[in-house]
Design a protein around this ligand. Structure first.
Ligand SMILES: [Zn+2]
Ligand SMILES: [Zn+2]
Ligand SMILES: [Zn+2]
Length: 111
């Protein structure tokens, strides 16, 4: 399955496989440190809880499944956004989110 940014609860679940006694407070404390030092970034999608991923990933975008609400990393960027930017405007960054159904939720898709 494609990987994607994780919610704090998912990070805790993954971390507990290595550190069984870990609590959610430790996850939040580490996340805060990571965010402050620029090692992680927050992916805030409208209508869902914040997810986090490492900042050292290549520039990419996300796909959110409307059925399971899972967020997947997409590879690459369509680009061409400077062409959309009105004359005289300075484009500094962009967010592109694709919505639909993932392969697991797409009943028409035979895996
Ligand atoms: Zn899905
Ligand atoms: Zn991502
Ligand atoms: Zn992009």
């Amino acid at each position: 399955m494609a990987s994607g940014p994780l919610t704090p609860a998912e990070i805790l679940e993954a971390a507990r496989k290595r550190v069984p006694g870990m609590g959610i407070a430790t996850v939040y404390r580490n996340l805060k440190l990571f965010l402050r030092s620029g090692l992680a970034r927050e992916i805030a999608l409208p209508g869902s809880s914040s997810r986090y991923e490492l900042f050292n990933l290549e520039h990419h975008h996300h796909f959110q499944c409307r059925d399971c609400l899972q967020v997947y990393c997409l590879h690459g960027c369509p680009g061409g956004l400077h062409a959309l930017t009105p004359e005289g405007f300075v484009l500094e960054e962009h967010e592109i989110v694709l919505y639909g159904r993932c392969a697991g939720c797409n009943l028409d898709y035979k895996m």
